[in-house]
Design a protein around this ligand. Structure first.
Ligand code: URA
Length: 211
């Protein structure tokens, strides 16, 4: 068996919150709140190697050179619509980050992604782009979204999800070996409709109560 190419962020706090999210009886509002909380913890991990620059500041006692993030160089890109659930928490953590959106839906018959929206910040080539989508299922939508981001000029991209299927990690990594995947869990497999097992159902529907 080939080794899966993803960074598993399996902190006990994340695992606990994720288990509640998976539970069928968890209501929409709680589901959204937990996704936001987990996204903060995932952002903490994905931002671990961000560069800082030293700036002069004055503490109440003396001056010092203190490390600060160049938040504007960071771009979060939400893969609509479920990506917004991860985006909100990440923006709480890095408010000056720029934001892009890629709108793709999966054709229910072919499972192939179809683009309906694309808006990215300028100078994308100078930014670290963190693309977010809670579910890495077939990997088709994520790979297509990342391809759009690359076509727009981005050079450094990471991908963050909540749950990944082994098939999705494999397919995504084959298309984008240069993009590191961060995930809170790797589930067993996909079912015949492209849903992750055991999974949590349709993330968008559970976030917004649309089913
Ligand atoms: N998208 C979802 O929301 N859930 C899945 O299980 C797969 C794709």
């Amino acid at each position: 068996m080939t080794k899966l190419k993803a960074i598993l962020v399996d902190h006990p706090l994340i695992q606990h919150k994720l288990s509640i999210m998976r539970d069928l009886t968890t209501p929409t509002s709680k589901f959204r709140q937990l996704l936001r909380e987990i996204s903060l913890l995932l952002a903490y991990e994905v931002c671990r190697d961000l560069e800082t620059e030293l700036v002069d500041i004055r503490t109440p006692l003396e001056t010092m050179s203190a490390p600060k993030l160049e938040g504007k160089k960071l771009c979060f890109i939400s893969i609509l619509r479920a990506g917004n659930g991860l985006l909100d928490g990440m923006l709480d953590l890095v408010p000056p980050a720029r934001v892009g959106h890629v709108g793709l839906y999966r054709d229910p018959k072919t499972l192939i992604p179809v683009e309906y929206y694309l808006k990215l910040p300028e100078k994308i080539e100078d930014r670290l782009c963190i693309a977010v989508d809670p579910m890495l299922a077939t990997g088709n939508s994520a790979a297509a979204a990342v391809q759009r981001i690359k076509d727009a000029g981005a050079k450094r991209i990471k991908f963050v999800c909540l749950l990944a299927a082994p098939e999705g990690i494999e397919a995504f990594s084959d298309s984008h070996p240069d993009v590191t995947i961060y995930t809170a869990a790797i589930d067993r497999k996909l079912n015949d409709h492209g849903y992750i097992l055991p999974g949590l159902g349709d993330a968008g529907d559970r976030m917004y109560g649309t089913k």
